[in-house]
Design a binder for this molecule. Structure first.
Ligand code: MRU
Length: 350
């Protein structure tokens, strides 16, 4: 199976005598094993979201939508009253704080609880269908925009960060969808995939998706990105987003803002590809976005072995915020918005 056809999140109806389950590609096992983890309870789902078994803003949104159905089925088995069910749904909604998609999808599906499980599942299915359609639309819009903007005859060299592919979405991908589209049109020379410390979503997941399809790519250390950009080795950077504030400030995987600064300095496009469901108009600026702080151990250890001195503390924000002024183009399923000038302000960043 091509990685384009991967479905990170799928619902399995209850079989005779068994509970219904949410089937997740276990992204902690990749690239060494392609395995699925079937969760049947709210606790198992929350644990899977927190451990990044399922990850990527649109994919955790889809998991949240089906999470409402999972909670209903568990509540039915265990005799929960409505207050308990609402509390369990609220726990799913709060499993990770930065990506707005989780909250948006739970809030879209939860009002249908009173209409019954089939209505809830139909809405969760619609979220997945719409995300897949949005990704294909973004791929085409993003590729058109980049080719026009860069206006070069040769195939493009594109830098990306984290994983924004089929694994992170309902399928195809956001930034990786644009990259797939460029490759499909014969207009891609190579991808520079940042490894994405500390959990290596780039080295493990993006490189795996690209390798599955024979798309030429290099995995590079995150620290190499600015140099690669300033030496003119890439034509543009394209990344996804976890939440975009009303002013265009964009939260994405930690390390993204450094790439945007380097692109602005080098004068090349820094592009964000995200469905409109990632735009959060209720959040005025990036300062208002909650940044998930993860376990110190993720940066103090490697493979369960301590790498930092015993007395060191770890600082492990999972995301950072890129000022909207540094985003040259925001690709959505409705088209490309030219958000900021993609230039450094003369007085530096405010
Ligand atoms: O911590 P993760 O792996 O969930 O972070 C994912 C990202 O930052 C992605 O770039 C973002 O969710 C966009 S996915 C299409």
């Amino acid at each position: 199976m091509s990685s384009q056809d991967l479905r990170a999140v799928t619902w399995t109806a209850a079989a005779e005598g068994a509970a219904p389950s949410l089937s997740l590609i276990d992204q902690t096992a990749l690239p060494h094993a392609l395995e699925r983890l079937d969760v049947t309870t709210v606790d198992q789902l929350i644990d899977a979201i927190v451990r990044l078994v399922v990850r990527g803003a649109p994919a955790i949104g889809a998991a949240g939508g089906y999470g409402v159905a999972l909670a209903m089925a568990q509540g039915e088995r265990e005799g929960w009253d409505r207050a308990r069910l609402d509390a369990e749904v609220a726990r799913v909604r709060a499993a990770r704080p930065t990506a707005v998609n989780l909250m948006v999808c739970v809030d879209r599906v939860a009002p249908l609880i009173g209409a019954g499980l089939p209505a809830v599942l139909a809405e969760a299915d619609a979220i997945v269908r719409e995300d897949l359609e949005a990704n294909h639309a973004m791929g085409a819009f993003g590729a058109d925009w980049l080719l026009k903007r860069l206006s070069v005859d040769r195939p493009l060299r594109i830098l990306t960060h984290c994983n924004t592919g089929a694994l992170a979405t309902a399928g195809w991908g956001t930034a990786l969808g644009v990259i797939r589209e460029l490759h499909g049109r014969g207009r891609l020379e190579a991808v520079y995939a940042d490894e994405t410390r500390p959990l290596l979503q780039g080295a493990r997941l993006t490189a795996w998706e690209l390798a599955q399809e024979g798309i030429p790519h290099f995995v590079q250390a995150d620290g190499a990105a600015a140099g690669t950009i300033l030496r003119g080795e890439v034509d543009a950077a394209i990344v996804g987003a976890d939440r975009i504030a009303a002013n265009g400030d964009t939260a994405n995987k930690v390390g993204t803002v450094g790439i945007a600064l380097a692109c602005a300095y080098a004068g090349i496009p820094f592009v964000v590809a995200a469905p409109t469901t990632t735009v959060d108009l209720a959040t005025a600026t990036g300062t208002d976005i909650e940044i998930e702080l993860r376990s110190e151990d993720e940066v103090l250890e490697w493979g369960g072995v301590r790498t930092a001195p015993a007395g060191s503390r770890g600082h492990n924000p999972a995301f950072d915020v890129t000022p909207g002024s540094l985003v040259t183009g925001l690709v959505t399923e409705r088209g490309v918005l030219e958000v900021g000038a993609g230039e450094l302000p003369e007085s530096g960043l405010s």
